[in-house]
Design a protein around this ligand. Structure first.
Ligand code: ARG
Length: 447
């Protein structure tokens, strides 16, 4: 039969990344076959020896990948034949590439998640340190990107700590959904040999075995879990990027990014472009794309294995690489940031961030909140018209708006506003210190 464009069907150019998992899986499989007396122990030993040689060849880059052989599994089996002869044909007893490829992927995903969770923890540690060294840094908090109320910069950093905690939990779940041994499912119906799936699971570090062979060979939910957890984490890092980009602009000037994470312009000498943050924001698109790509691949597939499933790998590898690199960059970029407390404070003073506190002040003097709100609303227009900060409006001027204003209005400041929000989860220094302590003990509990 004439081979029509076999390039179209090959996966070896990308699935060779699974070689270590594939070989470990095959070794566990043939060892179990010998234990069950399905293979002789000398056959099994020869196969294992050959597989170890192949692993060495791949790692020393002397392995000749043959793209005519479709995928990694066939490449390894073919080379095994060359090394150990016909006994190589016994390796695939009681196995199919359908349960084999699922096994390899699950192993790879589990290892990837361990790396990602480590990096999430490191980033969380950096955020805790940044929060701790900024317990006195007051900045404007925003809603609608309009100045709203004063907050501590530490509080803002800890908001990202919370997001990362949820991300970590999602990856923990994705790990659990990958941690199921599919081997023994065969092509789809199970295998007609007295194999021992539990020992294979144990050898390969799986906590349980799959319960339905048809589900096992067609299931890629664990990859969807990985990609959706990755998408949500990238969405968080993209929001963070957006803030860094805004904050490092001349207009804001709240932070300065280290030179390692900015680049100049080829024409404008003054530029320090936040390229890394921009690219993190931009690369979020390809991660979302991989999630939607896989969901779309899966949505129309009848049980069980279909070749469409081969399309699960590139998006996964790309997502892992992108996410891991982005986390590593964030650990360094956030760790080397220069915070500009004076600039934050000046900007906060120029805004009308204390408007709510002024209204609450009048409430304290017995005025109903809605009425107080109306009074401060007029005061705010007056301040804008006269180009004054609230702190620059004299008591006499204030009294024009309400007789209730008194000397003690001068006690309202950015700091008092922050300190007054002393409710659990609020921005007061006391609460932020509690949050930092909780964050630290959470991190200690993890390690
Ligand atoms: N290259 C295939 C994949 O990645 C391996 C499984 C092939 N199974 C098959 N029946 N053709 O999905």
């Amino acid at each position: 039969m004439k081979k029509v464009n076999s390039e179209y069907t090959v996966s070896v150019n990308f699935d060779q990344r699974l070689y270590a998992q594939d070989i470990a899986g095959s070794i566990a499989h043939v060892e179990m076959l010998a234990e069950q007396q399905i293979l002789t122990s000398s056959d099994s030993k020869q196969i294992v020896k050959g597989l170890l040689q192949i692993r060495h060849e791949i790692e020393s880059e002397s392995f000749q990948w043959d793209f005519q052989l479709e995928d990694l599994h066939m490449n390894i089996e073919n080379r095994l034949h060359e090394i150990v002869g016909p006994v190589a044909g016994k390796m695939h007893t009681a196995r199919s590439r359908n349960d084999q490829v699922s096994l390899d992927l699950r192993m790879y995903v589990k290892e990837s998640i361990i790396k990602i969770r480590k990096n999430i923890s490191s980033l969380q540690m950096v955020l805790i340190q940044l929060a701790e060294s900024n317990l006195n840094t007051v900045m404007p908090g925003y809603t609608h990107l309009q100045q709203a109320q004063p907050i501590l910069f530490a509080h803002h950093m800890l908001a990202y700590f919370e997001m990362l905690t949820r991300d970590d939990l999602r990856f923990k779940y994705a790990y659990d959904s990958s941690d199921v041994l599919p081997l023994g499912s065969g092509a789809l119906a199970g295998v007609p040999y007295p194999i021992n799936r539990e020992t294979v699971a144990k050898k390969l570090g799986f906590s349980r075995i799959s319960q339905n062979s048809m589900d096992a060979v067609s299931d890629r939910d664990f990859l969807v879990d990985f990609l959706s957890s990755s998408s949500i984490l990238m969405m968080h890092l993209s929001r963070f990027s957006e803030e860094l980009i805004i904050w490092s602009s001349t207009e804001f000037g709240f932070v300065e990014l280290s030179e390692d994470f900015t680049t100049g312009s080829s024409i404008m000498p003054q530029k320090r472009n936040p390229d890394f943050a921009e690219l993190a924001r931009g690369k979020t698109g390809r991660v979302f794309g991989s999630l939607f790509g896989l969901l779309t691949v899966l949505k129309g597939l009848p049980l069980t294995y279909n070749r469409d499933l081969q399309e699960d790998k590139e998006g996964f590898f790309d997502t892992f690489d992108t996410l891991n690199a982005t986390l590593e960059i964030f650990i360094e970029m956030i760790g080397s940031i220069t915070v500009k407390p004076n600039q934050m404070r000046d900007t906060a003073l120029k805004g009308q961030l204390l408007a709510t506190d002024y209204a609450d002040y009048l409430v304290g003097k017995g005025i109903p909140f809605r009425e107080a709100y109306g009074i401060i609303n007029q005061l705010s227009s007056y301040a804008i018209k006269n180009k004054k900060d609230f702190s620059e409006i004299s008591l006499n001027e204030l009294k024009e708006f309400s007789e209730k204003f008194d000397q003690d209005i001068s006690e309202i400041s950015l700091e008092s506003s922050v300190e007054n929000r002393n409710v659990s989860g609020g921005t007061s220094q006391q609460q932020v210190k509690i949050s930092i302590a909780a964050a630290k003990s959470q991190m200690n509990g993890k390690n």
